[in-house]
Design a protein around this ligand. Structure first.
Ligand code: 6GU
Length: 225
């Protein structure tokens, strides 16, 4: 899978894909992330990419031309399945969105900055608008990193134990159960005895019950879906 991210602050994305699972995914060529700065290709003087908004109001808006130039250049090189715009007024990003995106071949992700991007880019190039939650970030970059991570780890072959994503929180609509490692008694706090019983069926059942309990307590809304 190839992901092209468009941002005026590429430095914000230097680190998120350079470690751990995202690093391995790229080393294995299962995921390729490229970051593009519209400042480098803008037709305007001095790298201008934003301007005042028509109608007045505080805050700059990203101009359409520098974004269109970059998007069209990428689209002339390969076919993209989605052109995603990261924005707090987008559709809420959920595990099912990540699942769906992990099956795509090529996607473009546009990170908004300032007051946002010119609406005409959203109308004529963007195919999907994503928010990662009901709070406002200074720009779309950290949100894009969240999306790339959540999607990237689902690409077949990326995770070590391919079955492990199956047991993630949300993957079956429930939160994950608690986990324990050694020692079995830490400062007088023992692990649940059932985990030592050696019967995988009993343990699975216990884990499922703990998942249900946790979901009912913390996210009852998930149970209704
Ligand atoms: Cl995608 N962008 C920004 N700027 N803020 C957000 C967001 C995105 N999702 C939640 N808050």
């Amino acid at each position: 899978m190839r992901i092209d991210i468009i941002t005026v602050v590429p430095e914000l994305l230097d680190s998120p894909f350079s470690h751990s699972i995202m690093k391995r995914a790229q080393a294995r060529d299962l995921l390729n992330v490229f970051v593009h700065n519209p400042r480098d290709t803008t037709p305007y003087k001095q790298g201008q990419v934003d301007d005042y908004q028509f109608g007045g109001g505080a805050g700059m808006v990203m101009m359409p031309e520098p974004l269109a130039i970059l998007i069209e250049k990428l689209q002339s090189e390969r076919k993209y399945d989605e052109v995603i715009f990261m924005t707090p007024d987008g559709n809420l990003f959920e595990q099912k969105t990540a699942n769906r995106l992990s099956m795509k071949e090529n996607i473009i992700i546009i990170c908004g900055h300032y007051k946002g991007i010119d609406q005409r880019i959203r109308d004529h190039f963007v195919t999907m608008e994503i928010s990662i939650g009901d709070y406002v970030l200074s720009g779309g970059e950290l949100a894009a990193a969240v999306v790339v991570d959540a999607v990237g780890r689902l690409i077949p072959g990326v995770l070590n134990d391919e079955t492990s994503a199956l047991f993630d929180s949300f993957q079956d609509g429930l939160l994950a159960p608690p986990v324990y490692t050694r020692p079995a008694d830490f400062r007088g706090w023992p692990i649940p005895e059932i985990l030592l019983c050696g019967d995988p069926k009993k343990i699975d059942l216990w884990r499922h019950e703990e998942s249900l309990k946790r979901t009912k307590e913390r996210r009852p809304g998930l149970m209704e879906d």
